[in-house]
Design a protein around this ligand. Sequence first.
Ligand SMILES: Nc1nc2c(ncn2[C@@H]2O[C@H](COP(=O)(O)OP(=O)(O)O)[C@@H](O)[C@H]2O)c(=O)[nH]1
Ligand SMILES: [Mg+2]
Length: 293
Amino acid sequence: MRSGFIGVIGKANAGKSTLVNVLVGEKVAIVSPKPQTTRDAIMGILTKPDYQLVFVDTPGIYKAGSRLAAQMVKTTETAAKDVDFILYVHDGHGGVSDGDIALIKKYMSDGTPMAIAYTKIDIMPKENIPADVKKFYENGIDCDILPVSARKFTNIGKLEEYLAAKMPEGDKVIAEDIVSDKSEKFMVSEIMREKILLKFGQEVPHGIAVVINTFEKQENGVYEVNLDIICEKPNHKAILIGKQGSAIKEVSSFARKDMEKFLGAKVFLTTYVKVKEDWRNRPNLLKDFGYDD
Ligand SMILES: Nc1nc2c(ncn2[C@@H]2O[C@H](COP(=O)(O)OP(=O)(O)O)[C@@H](O)[C@H]2O)c(=O)[nH]1
Ligand SMILES: [Mg+2]
């Protein structure tokens, strides 16, 4: 038996959470085209008869513009330290920049074994792959590079086998029926945030927090979920609610359906939109909203 922790690192939007979800085979982290979708380190656990892979999905690396963002970068740095292996996720369709090379070298220098998942190959010309691999090697990046597509499941099985072989010998550390370290309540709040990220334009989503007030399974099997959507500005609140509540109705309906799929039960969802100015820079509010240091 082999088992170990794999830190999943890379730039914002590279495709880290999508890759972890397909490897685990269940959604453990939300995904959107917007950077900074993942705010916490989330464990996704894959258990097979011969191995257990514990992926630590991270918020990723980007320029911190707020206290919350600084905390997220720190979460990523910490997660990169206490692992057996680093899977650096590189968005192949974005090419290879000097910044990419510098970042990868920085993680290589820590001494933790590392490989690169070169992802999103479904949306790029195949002939770019060898050229990029050459560029990595010529710049001193000599770790293994595995081209994959999380969306099309290309080489996902190969990546899984590769990682399993890299894990140290040892018994599994987590019970085999567990796929995430996060609670159902956490996932339900994340589903709400995901639907907001997917629905609204650039400005609103980053300043959103979702706070669950009630999360209860009733005797009839229906989950009662009552939550607050926190935004930063009164005009964001107006956008979130929409004309006669049309926007919040639509987004809540999508969220409810996904929550029902995730919980395997009916959900009775009520949502409120509240404004907390500049909450991403206020330590007390960050704590209240679950973004504890
Ligand atoms: N075409 C394509 N898109 C992908 C792939 N993996 C992720 N994406 C998209 O890239 C965006 C960012 O993905 P996400 O997993 O949230 O990135 P993260 O910030 O690194 O966790 C989302 O819109 C995903 O649907 C892939 O293999 N192929
Ligand atoms: Mg993510």
